[in-house]
Write a protein that binds this ligand. Sequence first.
Ligand code: NAD
Length: 320
Amino acid sequence: MKIRMLSASDIGAALPMSRAIELMRGVFSQLAAGKAEVPLRGRLYSEKGVTLLMPAYLQESQAMAVKLVSIYNHNAELGLPTVTATLLVLDPQTGLPQAFMEAHHLTAIRTGATGGLSADLLARKEARAVALFGAGVQARAHLEAIGVVRDVERVLIYDPVRKAADTLADEIMRRPDPPEVVIAATPKEAVSAADIVVTATTAKTPVFDGNDLRPGTHVIAIGSFSPDVQEVDATTVYRSLVVADSREACLAEAGDLIECGADVDAEIGEIINKTHPGRTSDEQITYFKTVGIAAQDAAAAAEVLKVAKEKGLGQVVDLT
Ligand SMILES: NC(=O)c1ccc[n+]([C@@H]2O[C@H](COP(=O)([O-])OP(=O)(O)OC[C@H]3O[C@@H](n4cnc5c(N)ncnc54)[C@H](O)[C@@H]3O)[C@@H](O)[C@H]2O)c1
């Protein structure tokens, strides 16, 4: 029994953002059409942290995988990463393991790609200014993905850790033909000048006041994945067309929605499949909430494995 081992750099080489966005379009289309098997993620607690178990099977993509994400905050004191992720690809015909890969980078790409897909479907065509709340891994992935679907001319960064904001601003400004970059002094300064707002933070309470959103803004919220964590306030949710990656997952896990008792207007797959119209006016505020679902990982990992085989990436280990 042979298995391919793939590192973060193999994944980067195999999965460009534009391809990842198209893969996510297929994932959410299948999910909304009932062609994806995605049990709610399991949570395995120990005294020190929690491990999330995320299995999925996609019928049309013929992709099957299980991702494990461990969140162990005390690891920081040990000089170890606080979040680690790995993924096992299974052959849907036989159940045999096919590949084992690093999945933190895979998660960054598939999550950014999903945010970019939401911008493609829901942001106004002329959206040019992007506000990033949080200047971490996901902010970077989202900016890259939004850049695939819109011409980004201005980036506003808000992060209470000034060094994080400065580092990201420097990175963006070193790119060829960079957008204008502003480090916002307050959340209001960022939100009130944005066409697209991304919240990619570790905050437990709302990061901006929904009254400051301009009409027509698209909000992409990715941080909250527990009922007691509210990254986006009730005002934003009440002012918006609420779109979810998965209705079931968001109503079970997203504190943004649970804390204010809000419902989901549409799944993103319903907009892709044209069973929901999505944005209906330039003044409408749209809010896309994603808690992340294993189907994204399964599809992304299957593509990585396909390209890795073609390009000879990674190392093949015989387990027998
Ligand atoms: N929805 C999904 O599919 C998905 C996938 C991966 C990660 N996530 C979640 O997204 C969040 C961000 O992940 P990451 O890997 O970018 O983390 P990260 O640690 O790399 O970056 C988070 C940043 O948020 C900043 N921050 C904290 N409070 C803030 C506030 N009030 N306003 C603005 N910035 C603030 C931190 O200073 C940090 O720079 C995490 O909560 C993570 O669990 C969601």
